[in-house]
Design a binder for this molecule. Structure first.
Ligand SMILES: Nc1ncnc2c1ncn2[C@@H]1O[C@H](COP(=O)(O)OP(=O)(O)OP(=O)(O)O)[C@@H](O)[C@H]1O
Ligand SMILES: [Mg+2]
Length: 401
């Protein structure tokens, strides 16, 4: 593909965007006139067809573009017609983990843990929305003014979130967390410097002892990945029920029941919440319950499950440190209508949780296991913790998550 610096610069220019729109219109007319449905063709056939048509158009219209620029136009036109527009190349790029679009001119990716801006752009807000609709259409979902936010999972397991104006003030935003063919393993965590072998061996033993574990960290800090790694240590014959908003965990166990929440439909009905699923899971004779992330009412049922014979359950929580995690659990439980005083709640939390594992994304993009805390007994209105492991970065990075 054409990626010389000149072509890259040309691709960002207004002139190129205008050419691209013109070509796009031209191709749409051509396809309609010829009754051609590119979706039904193989990618190679569609790509050859478009390349030829673009070359012919460039020649006939005497457009001032060279060969590699014409190739770029052909590629982009194909992606507009049958793919996800400017971000299709990023979706296809195995080195890209995350794709973030913040309005037409800001497209970022995370590659090898580092976030960087991509030399790509959309024409305008409407262009981004068209691509969002194309991503969502096969899932039977769409965004519009009445549903300005969507969270969805693509057939390949990638996670997509989109939010559009007027809710998003600076233009439509899309975040795609790509599904890794091969999920990270404990060995990967060691190789990437996330955790050391000794600490992981300790955690493996704790999982074997059926400890209730809470993995905490900021957005994208690697909580789900860590949860997936430690879940692999659950004995092969245990019956596990996983509850997630979008199924990300990949357990190799035989007795796994995977449950996924369901957002309400357009009429606001048929929602199935994490709380519904935790309650249902308790009736399914699980050995362990794994909740992908607690962020709502389900916190109460999860705490209760952990306190009543479902030892070895695990979940993640968005929090910046162990103290913050306890605070957030209290808040969530309060919102969920916990009826009892603060002491009782703290007791509930203390007896539910055995370990808190804190992961963090450093400024450099690397992920680190910051600390492993053993949750102690309530003393007064405090919940003491014993740090079993603390990474030196935990002090240096302070409150970072
Ligand atoms: N230890 C790690 N080393 C390198 N990359 C990692 C590591 N852990 C996770 N990642 C990558 O970071 C991204 C975010 O990981 P993950 O989904 O586990 O984070 P999260 O904290 O659960 O995010 P969210 O807040 O969105 O739920 C993924 O692309 C993942 O592949
Ligand atoms: Mg997660």
């Amino acid at each position: 593909m054409a990626t010389t610096p000149d072509t890259r610069r040309f691709r960002l220019s207004d002139q190129y965007q205008a050419l691209k729109s013109r070509l796009h219109q031209h191709m749409i007319r051509l396809l309609e006139d010829g009754d051609v449905r590119l979706e039904d063709w193989s990618r190679t056939k569609a790509s050859d067809f478009i390349r030829n048509q673009v070359r012919a158009y460039v020649r006939d219209q005497r457009l001032p573009v060279n060969q590699s620029e014409a190739d770029a136009l052909a590629e982009d036109t194909l992606n507009e017609l049958v793919g996800f527009g400017p971000i299709q190349a990023l979706v296809d790029d195995d080195e890209v983990d995350d794709i973030v679009v913040n309005g037409p001119d800001h497209i970022f990716t995370e590659r090898h843990g580092r976030l960087g801006m991509e030399p790509l752009r959309f024409n305008d807000d409407a262009h981004i929305i068209r691509v969002i609709q194309r991503i969502l259409a096969p899932l039977g979902r769409r965004v519009d003014e009445s549903t300005p936010m969507v969270d969805a999972r693509l057939p390949d397991g990638s996670r997509v979130n989109a939010i559009i104006p007027p809710i998003a003030l600076d233009g439509p935003c899309v975040s795609i967390r790509k599904f890794r063919e091969q999920p990270l393993t404990a060995e990967d965590l060691i190789r990437y410097g996330t955790a050391d072998a000794e600490t992981l061996a300790f955690l493996e033993a704790e999982v074997g002892k059926r400890r209730n574990i809470l993995v905490i960290g900021g957005t994208g800090s690697g909580k789900t990945t860590f949860l997936n790694v430690i879940s692999q240590w659950i004995a092969a014959d245990e019956r596990i029920i996983t509850i997630e908003d979008a199924a990300e965990l990949r357990l190799r166990h035989e007795h796994v029941v995977r449950l996924e929440t369901r957002p309400p439909n357009l009429e606001g009905e048929r929602q199935v919440t994490a709380r519904d699923l935790v309650r249902n899971a308790l009736r399914m004779r699980p050995d362990r319950i794994i909740v992908g992330e607690v962020r709502g009412d389900e916190v109460l049922d999860m705490l209760q499950a952990m306190n009543t014979g479902h030892d070895g359950s695990m979940t993640t929580l968005h929090a910046n440190g162990p103290g913050d995690a306890v605070h957030r659990l209290q808040l969530l439980a309060g919102f969920a209508g916990f009826n009892g005083d603060e002491r009782t709640l703290l007791h509930q939390i203390s007896s539910a949780l055995d370990l808190i594992v804190h992961v963090s994304r450093l400024g450099s993009g690397e992920r680190r296991l910051m600390s492993v805390q053993r949750v102690g007994e309530v003393a007064g209105d405090r919940l003491p913790m014993e740090a079993l492991f603390t990474h030196p970065d935990a002090e240096r990075e302070g409150g970072r998550s």
